[in-house]
Design a protein around this ligand. Sequence first.
Ligand code: NAI
Length: 286
Amino acid sequence: TSFEGKTAFITGGASGIGLGIAKVLASRGAKVVLADLRQDHIDRALADFAGGGRSNLVSALQLDVTNREQYRDAAKRMLDEFGGIDILVNNAGVGLEGPVLEATYADYDFGFGVNVGGVINGFVEFLPQMIAHGRGGHVVSTASLAAEVVMPEWLAIYASSKAAVCHYCEAVKPALGEKGIGVSILLPGPVKSNIHETQQNRPAHLLQSSGYKASEERLSRRIVGDNWMEPEQAGELVAEGILANQTYIVTHGYYKDAMRARAEAVLAATPDVKEEAPDFGQFRDE
Ligand code: NAI
């Protein structure tokens, strides 16, 4: 099915999963804007598109999703150039990792700033235009399967930031649905990308005092597995997920037992129902 006439704004769109989504949406006729922190990624991605067809549908802009002023300018530009966007893909993220007891505020600020703050900024800046233009639309946010299982301690900041994205998207979906805007959460397992370059995406002030320097330097040497999913394959799943307004788009099944175990652990600690459901709708003086 076609995305002809739609405009998609994809953060982190110049590499990995975001670029895979961009390629698939453009191949199905969408106008695609790659919004990315890294000019080198943007240059490479645009060159890549120039080699294939549909490059006339693709443009790019440099954006740090944590910079609200820059983000507001980008959203304004989309309104002026495209009459507003139809699809927002909140995909920019960083795969920070390290021994949690050595984490500093710089690590928390970096992880939550990009992975949660960047997603929230996307919603705040784009929802007004998506509601005002009246065409409806869709917001996809990239979380991670790490949000759905109990992760090792060195991924505590990453996993909890991604869990925040999931719960936020789940909670806003009904209200946005009333405005004709669908909401999906992408939950990827291993996909071929440059996420091992996370340290390069840290602003200097969040690198200096990081407790994750050594572990992220090691991460930068991690080998991308041959059997990890191709980004375009994740992109196809996203395209179908948008069309079906799927809440969850899941790339891999290997965490199924761990996902179930986590849900079961919460249920096992939950008392059997003995009481009426609470009424939170009563207020003084009303
Ligand atoms: P990637 O590093 O190849 O792509 C991410 C892009 O986001 C890069 O081009 C980077 O320059 C950009 N970016 C980073 N910080 C930014 C910022 N502050 N503002 C704007 N752009 C920024 O990595 P990948 O893997 O494609 O990551 C995409 C999303 O997928 C992330 O949210 C990541 O957490 C998530 N993810 C990836 C998995 C994988 O196996 N590759 C698994 C689960 C989740």
